[in-house]
Design a protein around this ligand. Structure first.
Ligand SMILES: O=C(O)CCC(=O)C(=O)O
Ligand SMILES: [Fe+2]
Length: 374
């Protein structure tokens, strides 16, 4: 069992779990047709699945690297806040750097502030891919650049396998999606380290915070407010529970009625990554593929039930996003129908007919980041 799981209290067995598929990395690498079909099914329904990484050397490497980054996250987030703020990201200017707790847009109806800090580390900065942006990171990040370079490369490769699998299953040329997410092109791809604290954040609230999240200090916190990811594919490694996803809509009444959606827990499985699709894939396929809403609740499920003491939570994430010059619109052909689906709140998969305002991925990512505060 991977190291970090040893210290985690068992996940309670009386909580509603999201019934997401478990996919084998080895079978996908071997081109197993049935397994590929299960990936498409997952992508059309939950937009989430587990990837078993224990059955291939590439998978084992990713697991080892995620463990090492878990340790790095613990060290980096242990720095005093004023030091971390030297690396703070600037909303609307750069996607990369440190985001303190309490600054993500409070999207839930009860407007609860978030208790999660991020460190977003750019793939372009790690790999010297030409980009107009420069940035410095905490010393822990600089000291482990080879690890971060290796993890981002391997995670990107894994994401490309998912994208090739989906293209083939949709009867599209296999490189349809991978050609929109090129590793060596400037993009918003990054490794994110997250830390959700158990302690209240009043003393850590900073003057850089501008959202309603911090002004509404009377409400109880959320770990990370509900959101959809806005890139193509996300690889997520977490150890402690807390992640919940919104179940796909089910009609409560025959012949219609309001969609009945619920929050379901995603139980971390040793040896597995959690994979989910982001809004860019919804856009490219005009709603055929799904990006599910998800959130992180502030307390581990065991702590919430009083069977374990509250503990800080860490996660390690890699976001594959379309490279900057890609146009954010449905693929030409059957997906480019007149009916355009809504993506990520006010965003639409394609502009209304007659309007010519297709965003580049660079602009889309910037606007989405401003929208969400990260
Ligand atoms: O930490 C987690 O489990 C989820 C993190 C997440 O959803 C994100 O960073 O977008
Ligand atoms: Fe997310």
């Amino acid at each position: 069992m991977p190291l970090s799981f040893d210290a985690i209290p068992p996940f309670p067995d009386n909580l509603p779990l999201a019934p997401i598929a478990i996919i084998s990395y080895q079978k996908l690498l071997n081109g197993d047709h049935d397994e590929a079909g299960r990936v498409l099914e997952a992508a059309k329904t939950y937009g989430f699945f587990y990837l078993d990484l224990q059955d291939t050397a590439q998978g084992e490497t990713l697991l080892t690297e995620s463990e090492q980054l878990h340790a790095l996250a613990r060290n980096a987030f242990a720095l005093p806040l004023h030091e971390k703020l030297q690396y703070a990201l600037q909303r609307g200017v750069s996607l990369f750097g440190y985001k303190p707790a309490g600054t993500v847009k409070a999207t839930d109806r009860d407007q609860r502030p978030d208790t999660t800090e991020f460190l977003n580390i750019s793939k372009d900065h790690l790999h010297n891919i030409h980009t107009p942006t420069t940035r410095s990171y905490p010393p822990q990040v600089d000291a482990h650049k080879p690890l971060l370079q290796s993890f981002t490369r391997h995670s990107h490769d894994c994401g490309m396998l998912v994208l090739r699998t989906l293209a083939s299953q949709l009867n599209l040329p296999p490189d349809t999606f991978t050609s929109l997410n090129l590793f060596d092109h400037p993009s918003g791809d990054h490794c994110r380290l997250t830390h959700t604290t158990t302690t209240p954040h009043s003393s850590e609230t900073t003057t850089t915070t501008t959202t309603t999240a911090t002004t509404n200090s009377s409400s109880s916190p959320i770990g990370l407010a509900s959101h959809t990811d806005f890139g193509s594919v996300t690889l997520l490694f977490n150890w402690q529970g807390g992640l919940q996803i919104e179940s796909p809509p089910q009609l409560t009444q025959e012949g219609g009625g309001k969609p009945d959606r619920e929050w379901e827990w995603v139980k971390p499985l040793p040896g597995h990554a959690i994979i989910n699709l982001g809004d860019a894939m919804v856009t490219f396929t005009n709603g055929t593929l799904k990006s599910a809403k998800h959130r992180v609740v502030p307390s581990s499920p065991a702590a919430a039930q009083g069977t374990a003491a509250p503990e800080d939570r860490y996660s390690v994430v890699y976001f594959v996003r379309p490279h900057n010059s890609v146009l954010m619109k449905p693929l030409p052909g059957e997906y480019d129908s007149e009916a355009a689906v809504k993506v990520g709140g006010k965003f639409s998969a394609r502009p209304p007919l007659g309007e010519n305002q297709v965003l580049t991925a660079e602009e889309w990512m910037r606007q989405r980041a401003v929208q969400l505060g990260n």
